[in-house]
Design a protein around this ligand. Structure first.
Ligand code: GUN
Length: 298
């Protein structure tokens, strides 16, 4: 069997064009969705991510601003920027790119963002609302996985989903989304992580296997149940054997082997990655719509 490829690039384009269409309508009502990025230090990967997120904003017709601080910036400087964006009515979303330099406490920073502008869904209020099944802003990557499953008509209800990884950014919110009532939820969920004994014995039980462990090609074909839906959240840069001295991107799943047993699989690149940016735009749009509704009611 050869797995169906879940084309994240195509699905993300569909989401982005819907977001853009809705942004045009909002503009007619005098609201331009606005997203602020805060980038601290000179991590090259972070700079690339922020640039491509800014470009996506432009394509969607959003207003965006990027504030850059040097690697030696103080926590108070970052808090000052956040306070200014919290108070700025043109800004509906605030994204502090992670990781932050070690002198800055991530939890303090994330908790200082207005939860209504927390388009990453990392503020404890949004985390709590997600865990209790209330409407909230949800982290973009797991939200993108859910969107993919829904648009590809992959049933989650009553099925056994195994999530490998327990991060605050992907694993834990993914579990909470799969446990919600209704579309894209109602799954039976098992969570595995780096201390799990005999990972393969558990992943082999998965009808839907979602992998976010940050280890290149860690999930191999023996670990996958025939016909399973495999969602690979990993992005790892490894040496390219075909091009000495060069690198290539691979996921946390051994795509070649696993695509021979899985029923459906996301590629890397072109799977979950593009969905993350699309959902960031969707979250910013949602925050702008909520803010506009609140302003109209004032
Ligand atoms: N760094 C890696 N992933 C993310 C993300 O989803 N949001 C932010 N703000 N930083 C990240």
């Amino acid at each position: 069997m050869t797995a169906r490829i879940l084309d994240g690039k195509r699905i993300a384009q569909a989401v982005r064009s819907e977001v853009r269409a809705r942004a045009i309508e909002l503009k007619a009502e005098g609201v331009v969705p606005g997203l602020a990025f805060i980038l601290v230090g000179d991590n090259p990967a972070s700079a690339v991510y922020v640039r491509s997120k800014g470009q996506a904003c432009e394509e969607a017709g959003f207003h965006s601003v990027t504030e850059r601080l040097p690697a030696g910036a103080t926590q108070d400087q970052v808090l000052g920027l956040i306070a200014a964006f919290n108070a700025d009515e043109r800004i509906h979303g605030i994204l502090v790119q992670l990781p932050l330099p070690e002198q800055i406490d991530e939890d303090t920073i994330l908790a200082s963002i207005d939860p209504a502008k927390d388009v990453d869904g990392f503020h404890p209020v949004n985390v709590g609302r997600l865990a209790t099944g209330q409407d909230c802003l949800v982290p973009c990557t797991p939200l993108g996985v859910r969107e993919m499953l829904i648009r590809e008509r992959i049933q989650t209800r009553g099925r056994h989903a195994v999530v490998v990884g327990r991060s605050n950014i992907v694993g834990k919110p993914m579990v909470n989304l799969l446990l919600r009532y209704g579309e894209g939820g109602d799954a039976t969920v098992t969570v595995c992580h780096s201390k799990t004994v005999d990972l393969g014995a558990i992943t082999r039980q998965a009808e839907i296997l979602i992998v976010a462990i940050g280890r290149a090609q860690a999930v191999t074909r023996e670990m996958v149940r025939p016909g399973a839906v495999v969602i690979d959240v990993g992005i790892n840069r490894v040496p390219d054997p075909a091009r000495p001295g060069k690198t290539r991107l691979v996921g946390d799943v051994d795509f070649e082997g696993v695509s021979e047993v899985a029923g459906a699989i996301t590629p890397v690149p072109g799977g979950v990655g593009p969905m993350t940016i699309a959902m960031l735009l969707a979250n910013t749009l949602k925050a702008a719509e909520t803010a506009a509704g609140a302003r109209a009611a004032r």
